[in-house]
Ligand binder design. Structure first.
Ligand SMILES: NC(=O)c1ccc[n+]([C@@H]2O[C@H](COP(=O)([O-])OP(=O)(O)OC[C@H]3O[C@@H](n4cnc5c(N)ncnc54)[C@H](OP(=O)(O)O)[C@@H]3O)[C@@H](O)[C@H]2O)c1
Length: 253
C-alpha cells in the first residue's frame, strides 16, 4: 500500500517562509523530502531559511505580496520549463492591534491585502492548468481570531474570517480540477508576531489569560507545520473547504 502521507518530490510554494510559522512549515516539508519554494520580502532571512532546509530542489523568491499584479509573473517564473506545483501554503500575514475607533482605512487595506487579497490571487493563478500538476492541495494559515474576538484585532479577524469563508466556496470551484483547499486556524504560536502582540499589549494579564485558555500551552511553528503537511498530503484526500483548528484547546471553552 502506498504511503498517502508521503510528500517526497512534491513542489510546494510557501509564502511567509522567511520567519515564524512559514519557516517552520518550509523546514518540515524539506524534511519530508518535498521541494520547497520560499516566498517573502526579506532576502537575507529567506537565504537563512534556504540554508537550513534539508537537501532538495529548493528555491526562494523575494516578493512583496502587496503587489498583486506581480503574482502571475512569480508563478510564471517558478513554473518555467514545465515545472508544476503540487501544493501552496499561504502563511504570509500581518497583524495590527488597533481599536476600531483609531483604525485607519489604509491599515485595514494593508491587512486585507497581504492576508486575504494576495491569497485569492495566488489561488487563482495556482488553479491554472499550466501551474498545477493535475490537481493539488492549498492551505491558508488563518487564525483562531477568525472565530474568537480580541480587543484591537477587528481588521485582522476580518481578514482571517474572509479567508475561511472564501475557502468554503473555492473548494467547490476547484474540486473539478482535483484541487483541495483548506485553512488552519492556529491559536497562540511563539513567533515574532506573538512577541509583537505581547509587546503592544504590554500586559502580563493577556499572556496569563492566553496561557489559561490555551490549555495545552503556547504552540511552536512545528505544531502548525505538521497540520499543514497532513493537509498537503494524500492522507487528507477527502478533506476540502474546511478549517483545522490547532489552538491547544483555546476555543474549547
Ligand atoms: N503567531 C501566532 O500566534 C499566530 C496565530 C494565528 C495565526 N497566525 C498566522 O500565521 C501566519 C504566520 O505568522 P507568524 O506568526 O509566523 O508571523 P511572522 O513571523 O511575522 O511571519 C510573517 C511572514 O509573513 C511575511 N510577510 C509579511 N508581509 C508580507 C508581504 N507584504 N509580502 C510577502 N511576505 C510578507 C513575512 O516575511 P517578510 O517580512 O520577509 O516579508 C514573514 O515571513 C500569519 O498569517 C499569521 O496571521 C499566527
Amino acid at each position: 500500500m502506498s504511503n498517502l502521507l508521503d510528500l517526497s518530490g512534491k513542489n510546494i510554494l510557501v509564502t511567509g517562509a522567511s520567519s515564524g510559522i512559514g519557516k517552520g512549515i518550509a523546514k518540515l516539508l524539506s524534511n519530508l523530502k518535498a521541494n520547497v519554494i520560499l516566498v517573502a520580502r526579506n532576502e537575507e532571512n529567506l537565504q537563512k531559511v534556504f540554508n537550513e532546509l534539508d537537501p532538495g530542489d529548493h528555491s526562494y523568491y523575494r516578493m512583496d505580496l502587496n503587489r498583486l499584479e506581480k503574482i502571475e509573473d512569480l508563478m510564471n517564473f517558478i513554473c518555467h520549463d514545465g515545472h508544476k506545483l503540487h501544493g501552496l501554503v499561504h502563511s504570509a500575514g500581518i497583524s495590527r492591534t488597533v481599536p476600531v475607533q483609531y483604525l485607519k482605512l489604509d491599515e485595514l487595506k494593508d491587512i486585507m491585502s497581504v492576508n486575504f487579497y494576495s491569497f485569492m490571487e495566488l489561488v487563482k493563478q495556482f488553479s491554472k492548468k499550466k501551474y498545477h500538476d493535475s490537481g493539488g492541495s492549498i492551505v491558508a494559515i488563518s487564525s483562531i481570531s477568525s472565530k474568537v474576538g480580541a480587543r484591537g484585532l477587528s481588521a485582522y479577524s476580518a481578514s482571517k474570517g474572509a479567508l475561511e469563508s472564501a475557502i468554503r466556496s473555492m473548494a467547490l470551484d476547484l474540486a473539478p480540477k482535483n484541487i483541495r483547499i483548506n485553512a488552519i486556524a492556529p491559536g497562540m504560536i511563539a513567533t515574532q508576531m506573538y512577541d509583537g502582540l505581547m509587546e503592544i499589549a504590554n500586559n502580563t494579564d493577556l499572556e496569563a489569560d492566553i496561557k489559561k485558555r490555551q490549555v495545552l500551552g503556547i504552540g511552536i511553528p512545528e505544531d502548525v507545520a505538521y497540520a499543514a503537511a497532513f493537509l498537503l498530503s494524500g492522507a487528507s484526500r477527502l478533506i476540502t473547504g474546511t478549517t483545522l483548528v490547532v489552538d491547544g484547546g483555546y476555543s474549547a471553552h
